[in-house]
Design a protein around this ligand. Structure first.
Ligand code: MG
Length: 246
């Protein structure tokens, strides 16, 4: 079975919603946490906790207005339908926060799309009409603190050995799962990184490019795969090494 996993921020949305959210409501303190994370002195979980604390009391109306103004790749909606018609499970894997993912998906009529992400509880604050951000992290990896939601572990846990894993992304947290997927679609930072590290990938600009490319690899009924569609050997070896080492 072909299973499709995709990043959210910057891949489905135009720009990184999480970064913009914490910068908008957490300001300079939030940016300092990100700088500490980038230089390696703060874990991803620690960074999110600091960013959420930096936001303090957030006005619900301002928050809704901010999220309502986020745009998505217009071809994603069609891509969701394309996957459904063919029976390809589609899962969003995000090292962002579920609260804004569900808001944005719902606003674009995509509430049924599965996602795995960090959890953000919007807890009523003492200020009337305001909430506080309380994060929790259900999908961390025991050994690596560079992401809070380990996309690689989710992808491998939710796939069967014989599945063809397709991964779509653009940024830092997509590098790790890209090493383990059979078919990688990359743009921006991820594309540059894949090229530098010889990770085979297809360049894409929109989700329309991805369905067109996968479509060419499918059999006439649009469901199976051509006998020649390869599993990426190096990804299979990386997965085996992970199972043996882990
Ligand atoms: Mg992203």
């Amino acid at each position: 079975m072909i299973r499709i996993f995709t990043d959210f921020d910057g891949t489905i949305t135009r720009g990184d919603v999480g970064d913009a959210l914490f910068e908008r409501f957490g300001g300079e303190t939030s940016l300092k946490a990100v700088a500490a994370y980038r230089e390696g002195s703060l874990s991803a979980v620690g960074c999110f906790r600091a960013e959420c604390a930096a936001c303090g009391d957030v006005d619900e109306g301002q928050l809704a207005g901010f999220l309502d103004s986020r745009a998505i790749d217009g071809s994603f909606t069609e891509f969701v339908g394309w996957c459904r018609e063919r029976g390809f499970p589609l899962t969003i894997l995000s090292d962002g926060m579920d609260a804004y993912i569900s808001h944005i998906l719902g606003r674009h009529g995509l509430a049924g799309v599965e996602y795995r992400a960090n959890h953000l509880e919007l807890v009523p604050a003492e200020t009337p009409g305001a909430v506080r951000f309380v994060p929790s992290f259900p999908y961390t990896d025991e050994e690596c603190d560079r992401c809070a939601c380990c996309k690689r572990n989710r992808m491998l846990t939710e796939s069967a050995e014989e599945d063809i894993m397709v991964y779509i992304g653009e940024g830092y947290s997509d590098r790790c799962p890209a090493r383990y997927a059979d078919l990688v679609f990359a743009k921006d930072d991820l594309l540059r990184w894949c090229r530098e590290h010889s990770v085979p990938c297809y360049e894409y600009a929109s989700f329309g490019d991805i369905s067109a490319r996968i479509g060419k690899m499918l059999t006439a009924d649009g469901r199976g795969r051509r006998p020649g569609l390869p599993r990426r050997r190096r990804a299979a070896v990386a997965r085996r090494d992970l199972y043996l080492g882990g």
